[in-house]
Ligand binder design. Structure first.
Ligand SMILES: *[C@@H]1O[C@H](CO)[C@@H](O)[C@H](O)[C@H]1NC(C)=O
Ligand SMILES: *[C@@H]1O[C@H](CO)[C@@H](O)[C@H](O)[C@H]1NC(C)=O
Ligand SMILES: *[C@@H]1O[C@H](CO)[C@@H](O)[C@H](O)[C@H]1NC(C)=O
Ligand SMILES: *[C@@H]1O[C@H](CO)[C@@H](O)[C@H](O)[C@H]1NC(C)=O
Ligand SMILES: *[C@@H]1O[C@H](CO)[C@@H](O)[C@H](O)[C@H]1NC(C)=O
Ligand SMILES: *[C@@H]1O[C@H](CO)[C@@H](O)[C@H](O)[C@H]1NC(C)=O
Ligand SMILES: *[C@@H]1O[C@H](CO)[C@@H](O)[C@H](O)[C@H]1NC(C)=O
Ligand SMILES: *[C@@H]1O[C@H](CO)[C@@H](O)[C@H](O)[C@H]1NC(C)=O
Ligand SMILES: *[C@@H]1O[C@H](CO)[C@@H](O)[C@H](O)[C@H]1NC(C)=O
Ligand SMILES: *[C@@H]1O[C@H](CO)[C@@H](O)[C@H](O)[C@H]1NC(C)=O
Ligand SMILES: *[C@@H]1O[C@H](CO)[C@@H](O)[C@H](O)[C@H]1NC(C)=O
Ligand SMILES: *[C@@H]1O[C@H](CO)[C@@H](O)[C@H](O)[C@H]1NC(C)=O
Length: 836
């Protein structure tokens, strides 16, 4: 029945007090009466005087004494022998609250006896609540809330709260607190002791807290801190600076407005020697998908957390011989968001269709190093590490991240044409929307998926600025590239990585494709104006891809076959339309002498065709590749693959460079004058005759170029040209000899009828032809072009190679060293991609 009737008790005390002196100071008499069964005891005893003072006594029953103890149910009157007993004595009021043997008197806790009844001494009220081990007890503090202080610290107003608990029979200090802080609730289990120290001059007459029972908290204690605005709190592990109890768990909860950001820093800690388990802290962080986030005490702790979070300290089973000590003192700093986290960005995707933007963490190598939280928040409310914004609405986002370079964005947009009649010749401009570019996060990929109906339409990409293909020989060092791939039903075909500043004017792709703008450096923001591609739906064609290349005179153009390093897919064909201006000659060079290709079925060919005359040269790609050669007019390069043996794939890199066409007549004249003219002329005649003969001999079958039945090597937009050209003109030269019967079986045309094979084995020229690489007859008459080379030392296209007979040497076996030095395409152009 302890303390069950507070009102009655107080009334009684009031009556008792009526006759007592109002201010029991000094020699004035005081009387304390404690109701029976209240569980209260009062002890007046000497304090720890700060100044040396004259002795002073308690006068009780007319006898001097230094201590006075009053039990519940007792009444004692006393006085002091001196004028300032507060300098000598203190009073301790203890109240036991027994929740074991009966109902617990929960609710607001009163000061009993009331302050007015006690002598003006330093007072310590202690409430000792005994409860079952499984019962949770919660101390709730009214404002002002509590602030934890370290050992040796004192509170400005002298009012302190000391809270402790018990583990079995051992007392555990939870902490000492002043009355000006953030701690609003302390949850304990199995009993709690709360001591309120009021200095004699303090006229506080309320305890300022209440007790409630809770279900088990399954740990030593939970300390809740509430922040209403910016501020900080320093908190300590139980028993600090002594060791945290072995294998215990303690939690701090922080209630923080969502618009503020909290950061944790460990001011001081020590870890013990663990035998089992690991000492650690665990966080529940808003928006984190990996809660609980576990850290070692030595790790850097999280910062910039939005809103409420909690933190737990978990001890371990210590080594009995050498336990060491686990202790922790930390600070939580709550601030307004700094930097970007304050800014709201609007991403308006309401007018977009089939588009999404994902803001996500960059992949990082997992390490034990601490990584603070980094979130994207929608409407400043829903925060997550990985946010996807979809089309059709306007999104307001904020960032909650210590370092925005830890995030990147990936976007995808689908442009599809399902009805070829509707979208034929339609075009779209592919550009990253402004709203995305203004975000403070690096755009990683922006992918356009371009879909067309099967076998109906193809696609053409025209860049705002001509593109360069990324090759090892000429790497893309720009801040962004376009990755172009066609996405077929069976397999994707990666055309390569292209950056601005090259010679590629147009890329045409047979079927569904993806174009990905990938950025490599933050300087993308400055170069962003150079992005932009126009895609149009064009009539269907059968080649995998066609590149339109207009080289400029300043630099070499390097071109790679698609699917570099994985090989051009079987039985596929790609073309390059390479322009040569009037006043220039182009030198076509292959970087390797051999492709390393071995066909299983079909044949792999390269056809070089001059556009003006349509003269063709056909080279087998299983043999050695042609030597560098000059082209005086725009030409096509077409590469068709066979079905190669696995591992013997087709990867071909070639180079086109321009040099001015300067026919130096004076040199020719000098030669004539010098008497070599006749010889030259004769030679020229011989060559031409040889060539004519050869032509006649070769040119007997219908045009081919297609040795793989399902490939159409016709140049786009040049319908039927091959057949026509071959029949009507003798203008093409084949450096090929017929071996008809050997490969005839491979040359069935689509109707199933046999096409008489032109040839396939590629035999070197055999005569002393001091000619350019195979070129059509008209150029033959232009014998002096041979002179060109002497004046234009074009690297790769050496004069020697020009004047040499067109023969092929066998490749030096370099043990594939060329291949091995190739670095993967996508790794090369990453000048500054942080976080990778
Ligand atoms: C009373 O408390 C104050 C501050 O809390 C302290 O300085 C003083 O020494 C105490 N008095 C005694 C007698 O202990
Ligand atoms: C209470 O807290 C405020 C703000 O933190 C501080 O300015 C003030 O000095 C504190 N007062 C006491 C008595 O601790
Ligand atoms: C505490 O003191 C205030 C005035 O200082 C008074 O209004 C209030 O009623 C007192 N409370 C108790 C419980 O005595
Ligand atoms: C509070 O205590 C009462 C009686 O001791 C008990 O019946 C009740 O379940 C407790 N409530 C909680 C939340 O533990
Ligand atoms: C506690 O840790 C501190 C560093 O935080 C270290 O300097 C000190 O020696 C450690 N003390 C013990 C007893 O381990
Ligand atoms: C910590 O926070 C998480 C999420 O807010 C909550 O589920 C969990 O119960 C909390 N733990 C404690 C001990 O407060
Ligand atoms: C953040 O926002 C608050 C309130 O909206 C403002 O007072 C503060 O100046 C802002 N800070 C920055 C860095 O923009
Ligand atoms: C982010 O979410 C998207 C879509 O749910 C998912 O594809 C992507 O892998 C996620 N990224 C990370 C880093 O989890
Ligand atoms: C902004 O954030 C960076 C880290 O991303 C930090 O170094 C800098 O101090 C912050 N600036 C302010 C004003 O908070
Ligand atoms: C392209 O994609 C569309 C839609 O997914 C599909 O219907 C069509 O068949 C695809 N075309 C090819 C050639 O795979
Ligand atoms: C990129 O490379 C070209 C030559 O290939 C050079 O002229 C240019 O300065 C380089 N740009 C950067 C940013 O390194
Ligand atoms: C080849 O390229 C040139 C120059 O860009 C262009 O004029 C011509 O139309 C192209 N030919 C074809 C068939 O696309």
């Amino acid at each position: 029945m302890a303390g069950l009737n507070c009102g009655v008790t107080r009334a009684l005390l009031g009556v008792l007090l009526l006759g007592a002196a109002r201010l029991p100071r000094g020699a004035e008499a005081s009387e304390i009466a404690l109701p029976p069964g209240s569980g209260i005891t009062v002890l007046i005893k000497p304090g720890t005087p700060t100044l040396p003072v004259k002795p002073c006594y308690i006068i009780f029953s007319k006898k001097p004494t230094t201590m006075l103890f009053i039990k519940s149910g007792e009444r004692k009157a006393f006085s002091f022998s001196c004028q300032n007993p507060e300098n000598h004595f203190i009073v301790e009021i203890q109240k036991n609250i027994d929740c074991m043997s009966g109902p617990c008197p929960f609710g607001e806790v009163h000061l009993q006896p009331p302050a007015s009844m006690l002598p003006t001494l330093n007072r310590t009220f202690t409430w000792d609540v005994q409860a079952h081990k499984s019962i949770g007890l919660e101390l709730q503090f009214s404002t002002p809330r509590l602030r934890q202080i370290g050992p040796g610290d004192s509170c400005p107003d002298g009012v302190t709260h000391s809270i402790s608990g018990r583990i079995d029979a051992t007392a555990v200090r939870i902490g000492t607190f002043c009355s000006n802080g953030t701690v609003s609730r302390i949850k304990m289990q199995g009993g709690v002791q709360m001591a309120l120290h009021l200095p004699w001059f303090h006229n506080r007459n309320i305890s300022g807290f209440s007790i409630a029972n809770r279900s088990s908290i399954k740990r030593l204690c939970i300390i809740e801190s509430v922040f209403e605005g910016e501020g900080s709190a320093t908190l300590m592990s139980a028993n600090y600076p002594d060791g945290f109890p072995e294998d215990e768990l303690m939690t701090w909860q922080f209630v923080i407005p969502a618009h503020l950001r909290a950061s944790v820093s460990f001011l001081h800690f020590n870890v013990s020697n663990c035998e089992k388990k690991e000492e650690r802290v665990e966080y529940y962080i808003p928006g984190s998908t990996t809660n609980p986030e576990v850290f070692r005490l030595a790790d850097k702790q999280p910062g910039n957390m939005a809103g409420s979070f909690n933190l737990s300290l978990q001890g371990c089973d210590q080594d009995a011989q050498n336990p060491g000590i686990l202790r922790l003192k930390f600070q939580v700093l709550v601030q307004h968001p700094q930097n970007e986290s304050n800014v709201t960005y609007v991403v308006d995707l309401s007018n977009e269709r089939a588009m999404s933007l994902t803001i996500e963490p960059r992949p990082i190598k997992l390490s034990r190093k601490f990584v603070p939280g980094c979130f994207v928040c929608l409407e400043s409310r829903i925060c997550s590490t990985n946010l996807t914004l979809t089309h059709g609405s306007k999104h307001k986002i904020t960032f909650l991240c210590n370092d925005l370079t830890r995030l990147w964005m990936n976007a995808e947009k689908t442009i599809s044409c399902m009805d070829h009649r509707y979208c034929h010749r339609k075009s779209y401009f592919l550009q990253v929307p402004r709203d995305i570019l203004q975000l403070p996060v690096q755009l990683h990929d922006f992918s356009w998926k371009l879909l067309v109906p099967k076998d109906r339409l193809s696609l053409a990409l025209v860049p705002a600025q001509k593109l360069q293909q990324h090759t090892q020989e000429r790497i893309c060092n720009t801040s962004f590239s376009y990755l172009v791939a066609s996405t077929g039903p069976g397999q994707d075909l990666y055309f390569g990585s292209f950056c601005s500043g090259g010679s590629i004017e147009k890329i045409q792709v047979k079927q569904n494709m993806s174009v990905t703008l990938r950025t490599f450096a933050p300087s993308f923001q400055q170069e962003v104006s150079r992005q932009g591609l126009t895609v149009s739906f064009t009539p269907y064609f059968k080649e995998e891809g066609v590149f339109t290349v207009t080289p400029d005179t300043k630099s070499k153009v390097y071109l790679r076959t698609p699917n570099w390093e994985r090989g051009l897919p079987s039985l596929s064909s790609v073309s390059w339309n390479i322009s040569v201006p009037h006043d220039q000659v182009a030198c076509l060079t292959f970087t390797k002498e051999q492709t390393g290709l071995v066909c299983q079925t079909g044949r792999a060919f390269m056809i070089v065709q001059e556009q003006r005359t349509r003269a063709e040269e056909i080279f087998s790609l299983e043999e050695v590749l042609p030597k560098p050669g000059f082209r005086h007019h725009s030409f096509w390069v077409n590469i068709s693959n066979c079905s190669p043996l696995s591992g013997k794939q087709l990867d071909l890199l070639f180079q086109v460079s321009l040099t001015p066409r300067t026919v130096d007549l004076t040199i020719v004249l000098i030669a004539v004058v010098g008497g070599g003219a006749l010889l030259l002329f004769a030679l020229g005649l011989v060559i031409c005759l040889v060539k004519k003969n050869r032509k006649k001999k070769i040119n007997k079958g219908p045009a081919v170029g297609i040795y793989n039945g399902n490939i159409n090597t016709q140049m786009p937009m040049q319908p039927k040209k091959l057949q026509k050209v071959r029949k009507d003109s003798e203008s093409h030269v084949y450096a090929v000899i017929d071996d008809t019967m050997v490969y005839g079986h491979l040359l069935q045309d689509s109707n199933g009828s046999f096409v008489q094979p032109e040839t396939d084995t590629y035999r070197p020229f055999q005569g002393p032809t001091g000619d350019c690489p195979p070129s059509p007859p008209p150029t033959c008459s232009r014998a002096p072009t041979a002179k060109l080379t002497t004046e234009e030392p074009s690297p790769g296209c050496s004069p020697e190679s020009e004047s040499e007979p067109y023969t092929f040497s066998h490749p030096k076996m370099e043990n594939g060293s060329n291949e091995n030095t190739d670095i993967p395409l996508l790794d090369a152009p990453k000048p500054a991609e942080p976080g990778e």
